[in-house]
Structures are given as C-alpha cells and as structure tokens.
Design a protein around this ligand. Structure first.
Ligand code: NDP
Length: 433
C-alpha cells in the first residue's frame, strides 16, 4: 500500500487476486523463492504524458495520457485504452493488472497492459475528438508496436477513436502496420466479430455456467447494466439465445421494458445519435426510465453488470439474492465491490468474475492480430465459432482449476489461480528480469 498511495482501485484488484492464491503459494515454494508475487504487482513500465490539443473555440486544452505496460511474460502487452474523466494512474493500473490474468486465461500469447486518458469524449465535436486522438497517438506511438504493445478500445474508445489514432500512427511512421492496434474497422484491417466480441463472449461464458447447472437462457429474465459496446452485444446474444433483457442503463439512469429491451432503438440512441437512455421512453411509452436509483432493484434471474467498476455494491448484491437472482456474470471490469463479491460467495449463487467472463474481447483482438500477421481475413461465422470455443475453454479451465484446488463452483478462485499459474510459469522460465 505504501508503494502505491491513493490507488484504491489497484489495491482492490490486487487484494482480490492475492486472496485466491493461498493454496498456490502453499503448493509452489519455487514461485515464492523467485518472488513472483512481488514481481507481478510491479508494472514493467508505466508511461504518463501530456496531451495538448485545441478545442473548437481555439482554446488550448491539456489532458493526461497513460500507458501501463504491466507484464510481457506471455507476449506483447495487450489491453485497451479508456477515455473517461475518472481516469488516473490507479484506474489504469487496476485494469492493467486484471488484464494480465485475463489474457493468460485465453490461452493466447498476449501479455497485459492498459492505457487511456482523463479526456471526456462526451459533448465533444467530431473534430475535437480527432485532434485529441492525433495528439494522444503522437506520443503513444513511441511506445507501441506489433511485437511490443498492441492497444485496443475500452470505455470512450470505439471504432471512430481507433480510426483517428491508427490514421495518425500511419502518418507518423509511414507504415501500414495493421497489427499495432486492434478493434480496427473492417475496411482497414479489422476483424469480424471484434465489435460484438466482449458482449457475445460474456454471454457464451454464462451459457456454459447455465449448462453446468442443467439450464439455459431460454425464458430467463436478464438485467444488463450499461448501454455501451459490451452491454449492447451482450443484450443481442441473450435475445438470440431465448432470454429476455428487461432493463439496461447509462450513467444517468435505467430503463425497464417488461416487453423486452428494443435493441435496435438502443443502438440508434447510443451508437448513432450518441444520445441518452432517457430518450428510450419517448419511443416506447409503456417503458419506464428511473434516474438516481440502482438498476439492481429490478428482479431478475441473471444479472450482467456491463458498465463500470464498483457499480454493484453489497446492498445491491443482497437485493439481487433476495429477489431470486441465481447467476451473476461481470461483463465490465470489477463491477462488483469486494463487499458484493462476499455476499455472492456466501449466498452460493454462481458469480463469474470479469477477468474470465469478458475475456472474449481481448481474445478476438488476438484473432485480429493473427489475421493481420497472415494478411488474411476470416468470415463472421468462423471468427464467432473461434470466440465461442475460446469462451468454453476459459469456462472449463476456471471450473476445473476451482475443483483441483478444493473450491468447486468458485469461479473467482478458478479464474485467479488458472490465470496466475500460466503467467507465473512463464516468468519462472524467463529468469529474473
Ligand atoms: P462504453 O464506453 O462503450 O460504455 C460504457 C457504458 O457504461 C455506457 O453506457 C455508460 O453510460 C455506462 N456507464 C458508465 N458509468 C456508469 C455508471 N456509473 N452507472 C451506470 N452506467 C454507467 O464502454 P464499454 O462497453 O467498452 O466498457 C464497459 C465495461 O466493460 C468497462 O468496465 C470496460 O473496461 C469493460 N470491458 C470492455 C471491453 C471492450 O471490448 N470494450 C473488453 C473487456 C472489458 P454513459 O453513456 O452515460 O457514459
């Protein structure tokens, strides 16, 4: 704690992983001798930089940019960029730390990193977004490369922002190095299914959880928080699998639509108009919009938090359990607080952590890198089938590891231990570096 003061989210993420590793430490004195735990919590490199840009009124604006290159034992650093006013070093380090284990769980050759800026894209014009992205990439490009570090999107960074960043990278380097970023558009080196991957992957993972209990999404009431990239495609996949999503949200409130969320309307509001969820009820008057309250009060069978960290606290968890919810899967990174996770563990419901559940996004990014490296492009169905197979593999790895370490049904322990062991073995093999 004293080495990283004021980084509450990073402390929370480290604590959550270390809490699971007792049985590993007991079994593997060689990890202890090689100081793997002390090494793994220290980023290999962290870069903080100035991002100056000029707004539409001609006023100079200054933001702060970050890239934390956390661990490259398994491959080049890989992880998204987040543009959100709440971003500071502690958020990027928590996300980068989680990313190490998530990437490890995919079984693919990718290390862990994360970056972003405290820039707020909300309310900015298209040309302001472009000028910001160009300035951000002017510094970031020194630190990235297809064999070094491959960023992607995260909150506030989608196809538009990645396009402006890739354009600037290409201009500065005079190279069409597609493999330097993932989440690219289909016409300029992107992969089919990348846009859908985190949301679809989340639901593929939960499909396996349900299957292991002899159930399916058919007829289930599902609540998905958020209405961004992850939430939209999670909702789409639940609907395809026969479930009904009755509520979703944004940072100003939540919508309940008992007839089932009209996803085309949500896409129109959020992806096309970049509007607010409150607009939903103008088109669907039977639905309701509630501000300043928790979406987790809406009774459901399955809860899928897909918005942001610490959006579901202990009281929300108790409400969900009381209302009969039996499965919770984290589409976002660390949306459940430590208190909420304890309530879920005590209640015996299936609680699956983000580093396993939402790994489909980064896994498909790795598939995008494969396609870029071989100058190939796969079909939607082929890529989707690979994603589903990867998510089934992650589910089984978590479940089997939990069994092996005497914690049957504990997806948190399974994910942390399985993710950690693969990185720790690689770190041992590479020596003290
Ligand atoms: P987006 O920016 O596309 O969407 C975020 C959504 O969450 C928006 O609807 C936003 O609303 C909402 N939101 C933000 N803060 C709150 C809040 N306090 N309460 C309720 N809603 C809120 O981000 P993504 O969908 O890409 O990311 C969501 C989560 O998933 C993040 O934790 C991210 O790290 C994680 N993730 C994303 C991956 C990806 O591939 N995109 C991969 C793996 C994890 P508003 O519009 O009002 O801001």
């Amino acid at each position: 704690l004293h080495r990283n003061p004021g980084e509450a989210e990073f402390h929370q993420a480290v604590f959550e992983v270390l809490e699971s590793l007792g049985p590993v430490v007991a079994k593997r004195p060689d990890y202890v001798d090689a100081q793997i735990l002390n090494r793994i919590v220290e980023p290999e490199r962290q870069i903080i930089f100035r991002v100056p840009w000029i707004d539409d009124a001609g006023v100079v604006q200054i933001n702060r940019g970050f890239r934390v290159q956390f661990n490259s034992a398994l491959g080049p650093y890989k992880g998204g960029l987040r543009f959100h006013p709440s971003v500071y070093l502690g958020i990027i380090k928590f996300l980068g730390f989680e990313q190490i284990f998530k990437n490890s769980l995919t079984g693919l050759p990718i290390g862990g990193g994360k970056g972003g800026s405290d820039f707020d894209p909300k309310g900015k014009s298209d040309s302001e977004i472009m000028r910001f992205c160009q300035s951000f990439m002017t510094e970031l490009r020194t630190h990235i490369g297809q064999y070094t570090d491959v960023p992607a999107g995260d909150m506030g960074v989608g196809g538009r922002e990645l396009g402006y960043m890739f354009g600037q990278y290409k201009r500065l380097t005079n190279e069409y190095e597609s493999g330097v970023l993932t989440g690219k558009g289909i016409t300029w080196g992107g992969s089919q299914v990348r846009k859908e991957a985190t949301g679809y992957g989340t639901i593929y993972f939960l499909e396996e959880v349900l299957r292991s209990r002899g159930e399916s999404f058919e007829g289930k009431r599902v609540v998905v928080s958020g209405s961004g990239n992850v939430a939209i495609y999670a909702i789409e996949k639940v609907q395809q699998l026969g479930g009904t999503v009755i509520a979703c949200s944004d940072s100003s409130g939540f919508v309940v639509d008992e007839r089932g969320i009209d996803l085309e309307l949500v896409k129109e509001i959020k992806e096309v108009r970049r509007g607010r969820m409150a607009e939903y009820v103008e088109h669907r008057p039977h639905a309701s919009f509630t501000a300043d309250a928790s979406i987790w009060t809406v009774p459901c069978d399955i809860a899928v938090p897909c918005a942001t960290q610490n959006e579901l606290d202990e009281d929300d968890a108790a409400t969900l359990v009381r209302n009969g919810c039996t499965v919770v899967g984290e589409g976002a990174n660390m949306p459940a607080t430590q208190g909420a996770a304890r309530v879920f563990a005590a209640s015996g419901i299936a609680f699956a952590p983000g580093k396993a559940v939402n790994a489909g996004g980064v896994a498909t990014s790795a598939l995008e890198m494969q396609q870029n490296a071989s100058r190939d492009s796969w079909t939607f169905d082929h890529t989707d089938a690979r994603l589903r197979e990867i998510m089934q593999g992650i589910h089984d790895r978590c479940a089997e590891t939990a069994d092996e370490y005497g914690r049957p049904g504990d997806y948190v322990a399974g994910a942390n231990i399985a993710g950690f062991n693969r990185v720790a073995d690689a770190m041992l093999a590479l020596g003290v570096i």
